[in-house]
Design a protein around this ligand. Structure first.
Ligand code: UD1
Ligand code: CA
Length: 454
């Protein structure tokens, strides 16, 4: 078994933000949630301890829905070694290893942690990486190939600063040794802090073998200290996700103009045009086309359906061979069956739309159960709200609703009924008949246009 400690007490001054650093979002998710999602995928975790300090209440509150976390307060923050010391009482002493992760290194992947565990054996292991520009990172000192110490940038000699292998901050330590080593740390360094990295020297002294592993991709260990680094890492992560899609056969018209904030699952021969944003869990079945500049959140789109440009789709389900947009808005619980057509400036909420029904222009359909083969004319509105309560509208199969009609719910339109254009329907319309509410048309023969007064 293994303990996991996530260091998240630091302030993140360089963010210039009131939001604590570890809550700054990457791909739509607070960085620390990215780390916790990775932890969730790791096997044999005994306890997960989050060290909080700066804005501790805000961070804890943001994570209140996550199960099985233990929070430890580090106040004041006297360095990464001190942070781990604060976490000691919360650790499971029976878990032989303790993994240290950093709240501001959000993209480390579970496979990489598995590799680190594999190389640790019964000793310890550090995740290192080689950087072209290692400035700011702790440098890995080796003798005859073996790690003997880590020296921080601010304490490094000119010679040591040339070393390009750096500490990612992620390491696996033997739990039983921690209390002893951490109590020996001294703050006699350039920053006056208790460095966790000084534990390495103590481990070497005690004859503990220190192994190392490297991440497969360098973005996994990139730390975020500023909005510039955050934006850079977001870009790298988005490129990576786009590549996973194109590798799997999705046609992404321009991979640099796609944003995935969550999980996007695609079938075969899916095409995604430029500027789309996918949030939460989205599923696009075989042959789906998503036009330019659509936002799709927590929704499922059926096979062969076309979503034209500029649609906003949120918690909706669309069947197969449907046509949506351009400029359509599907709101939560909009459920469209197969072959439905929804056109421009149409908003649908909490409604079931039967097979092959068409709502092509300028309409609002809310709280409605619509049968199949229905044709909704331009400018139709379901008046579902009386200012206090919501009511449902029912429209039978093959009904024809004339343009500019208001259906004042609760109201039912029978199967095959026709409503004349401009109708304000306040009572049920019987099946198969024409119903209309319309003042008779008249012409005033003697009427004259007003003329301008002198
Ligand atoms: C640290 C490492 C450095 C490594 C780098 C990788 C040390 C001494 N240095 O440096 O070797 O190359 O990470 O990114 O460990 N934190 C606390 N309490 C504290 C101080 C920090 O919880 O008292 C947390 C921070 O919130 C952050 C993490 O620890 O999530 C790292 O702290 P930071 O100050 O950013 O360390 P670096 O200078 O980046
Ligand atoms: Ca850092």
């Amino acid at each position: 078994m293994m303990n996991v400690v996530i260091l998240a007490a630091g302030q993140g001054k360089r963010m210039h933000s009131d939001l604590p650093k570890v809550l700054q979002p990457l791909a739509g998710k607070p960085m620390i949630e990215c780390v916790l999602d990775t932890v969730q995928k790791i096997a044999d975790v005994s306890r997960t301890v989050v060290v909080v300090g700066h804005c501790a209440e805000v961070v804890e509150q943001a994570l209140e829905n996550r199960q099985g976390l233990e929070f430890v307060l580090q106040q004041p923050q006297m360095g990464t070694g001190h942070a781990l010391q604060c976490a000691l009482p919360a650790l499971d002493p029976a878990a032989e290893n303790t993994l240290v992760l950093l709240g501001d290194v959000p993209l480390v992947q579970p496979e990489t942690i598995d590799r680190l565990r594999a190389v640790a054996g019964d000793g310890m292991a550090i995740l290192t990486t080689v950087l072209r520009n290692p400035t700011g990172y702790g440098r890995i000192l080796r003798q005859r190939g073996r790690i003997v110490a880590i020296v921080e940038q601010k304490d490094a000699t000119e010679g040591q600063k040339q070393i390009r292998e750096v500490n990612t901050g992620i390491m696996l330590l033997p739990t039983a040794r921690l209390a002893g080593w951490l109590s020996e740390l001294k703050a006699s360094n350039a920053q006056g802090e208790y460095y966790l990295t000084d534990v390495i020297g103590l481990a070497v002294r005690d004859g503990v073998r220190i192994n190392s592993a490297r991440p497969r991709r360098s973005f996994e260990v990139e730390g975020v200290n500023s909005k510039t680094q955050l934006a850079r890492l977001e870009g790298i992560w988005q490129d990576h996700q786009a590549e996973l899609l194109t590798d799997a056969g999705v046609t992404v018209i321009d991979p640099s103009r796609l944003d995935i904030r969550g999980t996007l699952v695609c079938g075969r021969d899916v095409t995604i045009d430029v500027g789309c944003v996918f949030e939460g869990n989205v599923e696009l079945s075989d042959g789906v086309y998503v036009g330019p500049y659509c936002v799709v959140r927590n929704s499922k789109i059926g096979a062969g359906t076309r979503i034209e440009a500029f649609c906003h789709i949120d918690q909706a389900e669309v069947g197969s061979q449907a046509l949506v947009g351009p400029y359509a808005r599907l709101r939560p619980q909009a459920a469209l069956s197969d072959e439905v057509h929804v056109g421009n400036f149409v908003e649908i909420k909490k409604s079931n739309i039967g097979k092959g029904s068409k709502i092509n222009h300028l309409s609002y359909i809310g709280d409605t159960d619509m049968g199949s083969g229905v044709n909704i004319g331009a400018g139709t509105i379901t008046c579902n709200y009386d200012g206090v309560n919501k009511f449902r509208t029912t429209i039978g199969d093959n009904a024809f609703i004339g343009s500019d009609t208001q259906l004042v719910a609760p109201v039912t339109v029978g199967e095959g009924a026709t409503l004349g254009a401009g109708t304000t329907l306040t009572k049920d319309a019987p099946q198969g008949k024409l119903t209309l509410s319309r003042a008779p048309q008249r012409t005033i023969d003697a009427w004259q246009r007003p003329v301008k007064k002198q």
